[in-house]
Design a protein around this ligand. Structure first.
Ligand code: SF4
Ligand code: SF4
Length: 405
């Protein structure tokens, strides 16, 4: 793609990066066919190729409007287009640069701005989101159905020690909403690690990974959280932790992008520390004892690979392999490459699109008639809940259950 970015922008690292990404796109449109929002809305501007054109116009200094921003805001950032693209276009990075530039020209309507600020304040703070979810749980019968069904019927905050044990141990990342709503998965992780001869701890001062604020246009707040976490992880590793493990693929993807997020603020040893941060699946793959394996005649489970895992981290094979080792018969639903519509705060910011995508995924997964639906990310776990369908659980819970059996 030919570009005419202004000289002042081309003198900046972001300008040069955006120019290189734009030039790598050859307009073939392969990505459009696999884009969930294009499939729903049928508008070229709600697909990746159209959005790339819009970003190019913004960066070249052409006038932009709220409609331009709306097309970009409708993007789930699922990265399905990046997996499809034969030219390796780094669409998500281009979107990030383009939206930051556009935000200087166009404002969202005030109700949207208010909602985004409220979410950016409330979600990353564990104490507040625990209070909020407790109230929502009590008011569940009064909530609109589309909101109520995202709440798991039973949930309890996780509670694990924060003191470093003498034994071999790993640190389990708490996240923000994750440790509030995924207590059973954290308890399951403790059991799995115990089977591998390791203890488990939290870090009391650990923050949210920063993804919420990063995606709600508050990069400085996300940077502060990233720096805080890196500092704590460095200390925990020095105290003998074997690794920092994560249960939600969205958090791990955000952490993988800390070098980009932090830029010149990145500490010199960031790369070394990040090498010790990994998904629970990769840690278990190295440590589960051989006698964990069971005959493959267990219950059928429907596996939903989160976009952050399959398109972002490109590591979607390890978890089904672990489930198969535990004896489960793992099934993939039709069009499993498509997003469930959770996409962080998308459920609340683009409620209609999110609802439509969630319904399609739920139907495809339930059509497999599984004993349970399983996934690897807190957002998907909430989005796929359906009181009239099979239980939706984190894969670590299923693995721990077989361990007990
Ligand atoms: S598939 Fe890649 S090269 Fe083709 S239009 Fe999409 S982003 Fe551009
Ligand atoms: S990230 Fe997902 S929603 Fe956004 S353009 Fe790419 S495929 Fe479409």
């Amino acid at each position: 793609m030919q570009t005419r970015l202004p000289e002042d922008l081309l003198r900046t690292p972001e300008g040069q990066e955006a120019d290189a990404i734009l030039r790598s796109c050859v307009h073939c449109g392969f990505c459009t066919a696999t884009c969930p929002t294009y499939q729903l809305l049928g508008d070229e501007l709600d697909g990746p190729r159209g959005r790339i054109y819009l970003i190019k116009q913004v960066l070249e200094g052409q006038p932009a409007s709220r409609t331009t921003l709306q097309h970009l805001d409708r993007c789930l950032q699922c990265r399905n287009c990046e997996t499809t693209c034969p030219s390796g276009v780094r669409y998500t990075r281009l979107l990030e640069i383009g939206k930051a530039r556009l935000a200087r020209q166009v404002q969202r309507p005030w109700p949207q701005r208010l909602l985004r600020r409220m979410l950016a304040f409330w979600l990353p703070r564990r104490r507040f989101n625990r209070i909020g979810f407790s109230i929502a749980h009590l008011l569940r019968p009064l909530l609109p159905k589309r909101l109520a069904h995202h709440l798991p019927a039973h949930w309890q905050p996780a509670s694990l020690p924060t003191k470093a044990p003498m034994e071999k141990h790993v640190v389990l990342f708490q996240g923000c909403v994750e440790s509030t709503l995924m207590g059973p998965a954290h308890e399951a992780t403790r059991q799995l690690l115990r089977a591998c001869g390791h203890g488990l701890r939290y870090l009391a001062q650990e923050h949210c990974c920063g993804a919420v604020e990063h995606h709600l246009d508050q990069p400085e707040a996300a940077q502060a959280r990233a720096l805080n976490n890196v500092h704590l992880w460095r200390a925990a590793l020095a105290e003998g932790a074997d690794a920092i493990v994560m249960l939600s693929s969205a958090c791990l993807l955000e952490v993988r992008h800390y070098p980009q997020l932090l830029g010149e603020q990145a500490p010199k040893d960031l790369g070394t520390i990040l090498q010790r941060v990994e998904g629970l699946d990769s840690w278990l793959g190295r440590h589960l004892p051989a006698d964990f394996d069971q005959p493959g005649n267990g219950p059928v489970v429907a596996w939903h690979p989160p976009c952050t895992l399959q398109h972002g981290l490109r590591q979607a094979e390890a978890i089904p392999q672990l489930l198969a080792r535990a004896g489960y018969r793992v099934r993939l639903a039709q069009d499993s490459h498509l997003c469930c519509g959770a996409a962080g705060t998308y459920t609340l910011l683009q409620a209609d699109l999110s609802q439509a995508l969630g319904e399609t995924r739920r139907q495809a997964l339930q059509a497999l008639e599984p004993a349970a639906i399983t996934t690897a990310n807190i957002g998907c776990l909430l989005q796929l809940q359906d009181p009239s369908g099979p239980p939706v659980r984190h894969w670590a819970e299923l693995l721990a259950e077989r361990l007990q059996a």
